[in-house]
Design a protein around this ligand. Structure first.
Ligand SMILES: [Zn+2]
Length: 393
């Protein structure tokens, strides 16, 4: 049966907003028509379901860690990235598998209910495999490599490949964790791997200013962190520039790259990266940034430079919920000049393009099956505190 949905606005993302437009969907959830108004359909005797609010495609969550879902409300807010990492490391040793599975199931369900249809999910194990196999959501699992010790490169890489194997036919790729936790040699190894494999990349970037201090001068809180972890960092030489400027040149030119957080990325860093020949999407997780560092990235400079941007929720360890609308609302509150008309692409199409799933997801176009969300309590094309999301399809 065909269903026709109309609302105050339709935001196709791939085109201009349509006031009082209509989206028609068949039984399989495929879009079979998008119309300027309901007039022609009603003339044909078709019924049209009218809603107050704005219809947008299903959301694509560019950055999540399903594995950390059991840490919901376990980690204190505003303590900074290093305290956060130490809490995560400390908590990993004392959890029962059943609790981890249960928390992941709930997180998957929460994302579904909040209108998320696809997720780029960071994994250190294959713990989430069962949930992903049966989920209504599309998942791409990024198998994350950690390791600053240059002598252990082969071993670390083999561990990553073993996790990838465990995921079987589910979509995966092998990725570096962060500039402060991956050695140059491991980056090099990964670049070789990227030459011969389809391996979409992501890396946490400049989530804390301590990362820049460490790269620039080998100083700041990371030095003490490595001491406490008993990591020997003798081999690391200060680079006299921000982490991103040292790291991006080490990444494969062949693969798309998603840089996540960018909380302490400067205009100078952006200019540097723009000169490199890389296909980069800049991913932001505003609620997690507020949770961990109580600070937001300078989104306006990314917008002014016309960069490709996307959004993620990060994990329940650093967010009260997994909800893309909530991320969009935070942006709208702190950057009132950015309307939903601009930011909607970050929550949908840009994330889908990075994952290579934009034939199906990310925009309202005939032939796609992107899911349909209704956002209510809008002020024109701006979100309000009261805005809420529900799934139409
Ligand atoms: Zn993350």
């Amino acid at each position: 049966m065909i269903k026709n949905f109309s609302a105050d606005y339709i935001l196709p993302v791939s085109g201009e907003p349509i006031r009082n437009g209509v989206v028609s969907i068949n039984e399989a959830g495929e879009i079979i028509g998008i119309y300027e108004n309901a007039y022609a359909l009603e003339l044909q005797g078709q019924t049209v379901e009218y809603h107050q609010g704005t219809i947008v495609p299903g959301f694509v969550n560019s950055h999540c860690h399903l594995e950390l879902s059991h840490l919901h409300q376990k980690i204190s807010k505003g303590a900074g990235l290093i305290a956060f990492i130490e809490s995560i490391i400390g908590s990993k040793r004392v959890v029962e598998d059943d609790l981890v599975q249960e928390a992941m199931e709930k997180a998957d369900q929460m994302m579904f209910e909040n209108g998320i249809v696809a997720v780029g999910d960071i994994c250190n194990t294959a713990n989430s495999k069962k949930i992903k196999e049966s989920s209504a959501l599309y998942y791409h699992s990024y198998i994350e490599l950690f390791g600053f010790n240059p002598e252990k490169v082969d071993e670390l890489f083999d561990t990553g490949l073993a996790v990838k194997d465990e995921f079987g036919s589910l979509p995966t790729s092998i990725v570096p964790h962060a500039p402060y936790s991956v050695s140059k040699d491991l980056f090099r190894h990964l670049r070789h791997f990227c030459r011969d494999n389809d391996n979409v990349l992501t890396i946490h970037n400049q989530e804390s200013d301590e990362e820049n201090k460490f790269y620039r001068y080998k100083s700041g809180e990371f030095v003490g962190f490595y001491e406490r972890m008993q990591f020997d960092i003798e081999f690391f030489k200060p680079q006299a520039r921000d982490s991103i400027q040292s790291i991006v040149p080490l990444l494969s030119k062949k693969q798309k790259v998603l840089l996540v957080h960018n909380t302490y990325t400067s205009l100078k860093d952006i200019s540097f990266v723009n000169r490199l020949d890389r296909n980069i999407t800049w991913c932001f997780c505003p609620n997690a940034n507020l949770y961990i560092e109580n600070r937001l990235p300078k989104l306006d400079i990314f917008v002014a430079n016309g960069l490709k941007m996307s959004l993620g929720t990060d994990s329940l360890a650093s967010n009260d919920k997994l909800c893309m609308l909530s991320e969009l609302k935070t942006i709208s509150k702190h950057f009132p000049s950015i309307s939903l008309d601009t930011s909607i692409a970050w929550a949908t199409l840009n994330g889908a393009m990075h994952l290579g799933i934009d034939r199906k997801f990310g925009s309202l176009e005939v032939g796609k099956r992107p899911g349909l969300n209704l956002i209510t309590a809008m002020d024109g094309l701006n979100l309000t505190e009261a805005s809420a999301v529900s799934k139409l399809v």
